[in-house]
Design a protein around this ligand. Structure first.
Ligand SMILES: C[S@@+](CC[C@H](N)C(=O)[O-])C[C@H]1O[C@@H](n2cnc3c(N)ncnc32)[C@H](O)[C@@H]1O
Length: 275
């Protein structure tokens, strides 16, 4: 049975999600009712009020994160938005190869979900540098707000359906079969990725070393304009000069109000001539 959310509950939920997580649910009343009705009843509540009281009372925050997962989506897959990987091979990695005297590449997958994105980034970077004479150190930080998806990323076991877009041969090279049409990604890839919980609304603590490429794809779609602008400014501060920001192809950054150079759809760059 579908439950209706009253105005007071709708307002408190929408305001909290926006202030705490940047997520804009103002137009999502029907989605909220549709996605939560079953859960509410399975958890023994008869209406939204009791359910939301329980969520707001949970001091661990786990219930709130589970709620976010229900209302947004963790959907992802390997080699998503291949235009970014073409751009990496043709432009971003050759630039890093020329410019980085320390032979180290540092990537951030911000909103990594279950790991398909950060592991694709590593496989693509390994592929590129493995053909070069010099040895390169490849490292990546992968963050998300949801413990559930980060646990999946740590396990690194994927159904073959998520791997359909991978270039030919990568399945054999970087995965081993574990049965039931599932494959586990190899330590050659996972060992290069550090997975850590991080809410994109918080100040960025990862300042020790600038990132060469930041992926923040298919999460800002839920954010209000101001939230998004503030976030891409924070990314700017932790990007190396000449570094790249990749956003989802369904997302945009207001070019009139940004220090980034626009490179092409969904690709932005921090200018080289800044400190
Ligand atoms: C659709 S997935 C995108 C995964 C991957 N970047 C891609 O493009 O395939 C969106 C992810 O954003 C995460 N997320 C939502 N709000 C967040 C926030 N405030 N801070 C960090 N992660 C957040 C969700 O948990 C989810 O895993």
């Amino acid at each position: 049975m579908s439950l209706k959310i009253n105005d007071a509950d709708f307002t408190r939920l929408v305001n909290y999600m926006e202030q705490k997580f940047g997520i804009n649910l103002k137009q999502k009343r029907v989605l909220i009712e549709g996605r939560l009705s079953n859960t509410i009843q399975q958890r023994g509540f008869t209406d939204f009020t009791g359910f939301l009281n329980m969520i707001f009372a949970d001091k661990t925050g786990t219930e709130m994160i589970n709620l976010i997962n229900k209302l947004t989506t963790n959907h992802t897959y390997f080699y998503r938005e291949p235009e970014h990987y073409d751009f990496m091979v043709q432009t971003a990695l050759p630039y890093l190869e020329q410019s980085k005297k320390d032979h180290k590449v540092y990537i951030w997958s911000a909103a990594c979900s279950s790991g398909e994105e950060p592991y694709t980034n590593i496989m693509q970077t390994i592929e590129y540098f493995s053909r070069k004479a010099a040895a390169w150190t490849i490292e990546e930080l992968a963050t998300d707000i949801s413990d559930r998806v980060m646990d999946l990323a740590r396990k690194g076991i994927y159904h073959q359906d998520t791997m359909k877009n991978l270039p030919a041969g990568w399945d054999k090279k970087y995965f081993k079969s574990v049965g039931n049409e599932c494959f586990q990604i190899q330590p050659t890839v996972t060992s290069k990725v550090k997975i850590q919980k991080f809410n994109l609304m918080d100040p960025i603590p990862f300042k020790a070393r600038p990132f060469d490429i930041i992926f923040c794809r298919n999460v800002m779609i839920y954010f209000e304009k101001e939230t998004k602008e503030a976030l891409v400014k924070r990314f700017y501060d932790v990007l190396a000069p000449g570094g790249f920001l990749f956003i989802g192809h369904a997302e945009t950054i207001d070019r009139t109000n940004s220090k980034y150079q626009y490179v092409k759809p969904a690709v932005y760059r921090k200018p080289l001539d800044v400190k």
